[in-house]
Design a protein around this ligand. Sequence first.
Ligand code: 5AD
Ligand code: SF4
Length: 474
Amino acid sequence: METTIENQAFSYKNQDIGNGRGVYISTYGCQMNVNDSDRMYSLLEMANFTPVDNPLEASVIIINSCSIREKPVHKVYSEVGKYKRLKDQNPKLKIGIGGCVGQQEKDKLIKNQPLIDFVFGTDTIDTLPDILQNLIEQESKRKEEKSKIVKAGFAHRDPYHVETLVRNPGVSTFVNITKGCDNFCTFCVVPFTRGREKSRPKTHIMQDIQTLAKRGVKEITLLGQNVNSYESECGTNLAQLMKSIAVETPIERIRFTTSHPKDFDQELMDVIAQHPDKICEYIHLPFQSGNSRILNLMNRGYTREEYLEKIAMIKKTIPNVVLSTDIICGFPGETEEEFQDTLSLVQEVGYETIFAFMYSPRPNTKAAKFEDQVPEEVKSERLQRLFESHNKMAFELARAYENRVLDILVEKKHDDDDKPREGMIKYSGRSRQNKLVYFEAPEAEQGMIGRTVNVKITKAYPAVFRGEMVGSIN
Ligand code: 5AD
Ligand code: SF4
């Protein structure tokens, strides 16, 4: 099938396509959203819909959107616009909006955008097969009987259950352990889009992981908005859950994200330190601002000093730990001096990677109503300075990896323009420190995907490493 992209819009070459039960999901946003799309595909597959990789083969197109930082409605409209031509050519094509934007902007979207056939939220993913089935049935009804908002069906099953819900798990996959968030950081829309925090039962999680291991998964990332507040029905916390996974399952690598500094405790640090063979020594610990007054306004539940104390405990317990973080620049009322505190904290901790964003006012959040909003150009200039100041350190930290041998879990084979040497094949994988590493291996090496191999790093930049395979672990 050929895709024609004109001004980023798609167009059918052949009118016969797009009439079956094919579903295409266009995903943008956070890891949680990617995971949601995977579960949508799996649920739909179970209801006899067919996931397709190309919108031209789809009878249903779903835009699964994230609203954490973007101007979400605009992004959704431009995304819908891309598919307008398909809808003109095939009026039976259904276009739906899911994810956080669907949850928050349901009525507005339906009212303002005639191309949209249905809207659903993050909480009603499991009703998607019913929604689509209803739409198909409505197709045969008279025009005046058709309704646009499809009522949510019943929650038949745990929509986070991976056993039924992961289509192509690959070598490394996410496993949801909590959904929603109760922290109400004043900048964050998540508690409004994903609702109250709920932990999945430990038995479900363990079953999922055992199933995934049987299907060839080697690495899992436990996923939640604040994984440190995980608490199962029998009182198991994150540290105990990770210990059980390390001891009772054949999974080779365990990661977790996202952590909240206020809930990251010594027990968790100890478990990471005690299972160096399984639990990766990589911790993503967002601090958001280096200034205690701003942290208080953000409702983060810790001061700069408390955050730094926690980092010191982590470094003491896990001496080879690699750290990354999230930062917001230009939170309402942030002065230049307060921003300097953010710059200095980055240097003090020595993060290998930072994810930094300009503050963006989100609907329903407290901070959006604060009066002293920082001008766009100041936010943008601070963000740039933050990246520049981090960059120098990031290059130095990366260079320290050159000539080191890392254990790489091989994830993909690459056939791109940058050809490997004669008799070699190009692969990529990740190190325990979450570094993306490209390397070549002899063609004769069999079954590389899913194996852990030793790679000597020859060139290291902050975002990507290159290396040579020097041995194999399994
Ligand atoms: N503006 C900017 N960044 C935000 N984040 C969350 N909400 C906002 C917002 N309103 C960032 C935080 C969070 C990450 C996932 O996104 O840094 O940790
Ligand atoms: Fe948002 Fe704060 Fe919850 Fe993270 S902990 S999802 S930033 S409210």
